[in-house]
Design a protein around this ligand. Structure first.
Ligand code: NAD
Ligand code: ZN
Ligand code: ZN
Length: 359
């Protein structure tokens, strides 16, 4: 089968191959035929070495498709089911899934083989990104990672829910807990940032400022619910004009220490800065020993939108059905995995919000 493979971390391009094989499913695993996959910046960050992942690997973690085979002990998913593949799936029983009520932080899949290589290429084991690997016709995942959805939902729409939309909307609603009538600034207007803007709108924020380097991205942000937009260097003036002393919430959706610090600075005393962006372990920002207590701000990290994929995927699809969450408008279509490297270029060049590749 056809797939896009990362041979070595730091490579410039993915290698499109025709002869990848999937591994057979374990008793609690299922094989999914991927029908659509979004291209997320986290794929690019593994490709360019911003953060580590075992190689060789099939990248892609924002996929939807159809279950074509199930292991002997699978009891929650059946052949023919349409699914969104979750890149972090809750086991339902560990301390994170129960007492702590943070199923997005369930570590079970990292311990019980959920990260084992999903593929083989020329006899060599090949990993799937975060146990998924959706830049491929088929993949094998835990049944916990295959979230069954209604058959009438277009695969392209469903794929976005697999990462960017759940992450961005969830960051606003679940992690930052944006309140009605509040002011929000979102740094970065890619697929995840536009989702955070939509999340802030759904949560009832009255002021939503979008910050991006590209004017085209800022214009698009206004169509998804931003009430104003600016370049990074113009934010201080706009902040003073719109809020006086600062925003109630800032959501960083880029992955750079300097914009994380800018998010912290953008909120008023007592405000909340939420970091979604995934950056390098070598990129740091500083907080002084005075400002932390004095300003009483909250700094909150956001992993997979602090979501429970078992319920939040459905909640987001209900918002989409109700016309409150625009998913089609975010999509730039490409057919076929051959376009994968061009999709990365379009993302970096500020041309698209989200590329979705159909198979
Ligand atoms: N926390 C999570 O669970 C999670 C999940 C998915 C993605 N992410 C991360 O979220 C981030 C965004 O992902 P995406 O797919 O939306 O990326 P993207 O590349 O589509 O969007 C990033 C946007 O930021 C803008 N930008 C870059 N540098 C900027 C700067 N200095 N100032 C202002 N704007 C700038 C770009 O023009 C672009 O529009 C990435 O770091 C990704 O790895 C995190
Ligand atoms: Zn992602
Ligand atoms: Zn768990």
């Amino acid at each position: 089968m056809r797939a896009a493979v990362l041979r070595n971390s730091g490579d410039r391009r993915l290698d499109v191959v025709d002869n990848l094989e999937t591994v057979d499913p374990e008793p609690t695993e299922v094989v999914v035929q991927i029908m659509a996959t979004g291209v997320c910046h986290s794929d690019l960050s593994i490709l360019n070495g911003t953060f580590d992942h075992p190689v060789p690997a099939v990248l892609g973690h924002e996929g939807s498709g159809v279950v074509v085979e199930v292991g002997a002990a699978v009891d929650r998913v059946k052949v023919g089911d349409h699914v969104i593949v979750a890149w972090a799936s809750p086991c339902g029983w560990c301390v994170n899934c129960t007492a702590r009520k943070t199923p997005q932080l369930c570590n079970t899949m990292y311990r019980d083989g959920g990260m084992r290589p999903r593929f083989r290429l020329d006899g060599v084991p090949v990993h799937g990104m975060n146990g998924v690997g959706s830049f491929s016709n088929f993949t094998t995942v835990r049944q916990d990672s295959a979230i069954v959805i209604d058959d009438d939902i277009p695969f392209e729409v469903a794929s976005l829910v697999g990462c960017g939309v759940t992450t961005g909307v969830g960051a606003a609603i679940n992690s930052a807990k944006v309140a009605p009538g509040s002011s929000v600034v979102v740094f970065g207007c890619g697929g995840v940032g536009i989702s955070a803007i939509q999340g802030a709108r759904i949560a009832g924020a009255s002021t939503i400022v979008a910050v991006d380097l590209f004017e085209r991205k800022r214009e698009l942000a206004l169509q998804f619910g931003a009430t104003a937009a600016c370049a990074p260097e113009d934010l201080d003036a706009l902040k003073a004009e719109l809020t006086g002393d600062g925003f109630d919430y800032a959501i960083e959706v880029i992955g750079l220490a300097k914009t994380m610090r800018a998010a912290w600075d953008a909120v008023h005393r007592g405000g909340t800065a939420c970091v979604v962006g995934a950056g390098s372990p070598d990129d740091h920002f500083e907080l002084s020993a005075l400002e932390i207590f004095f300003n009483e701000k909250t700094l909150v990290g956001s992993y997979y939108g602090s979501s429970d994929v078992r319920s939040d995927f459905h909640r987001l699809l209900r918002l989409w059905r109700a016309g409150q969450l625009d998913l089609e408008g975010m999509i730039s279509r490409r057919s076929g995995i051959d376009d994968i490297n061009e999709a990365f270029d379009a993302m970096v060049g500020g041309e698209v919000i989200r590329t979705v590749i159909s198979f």
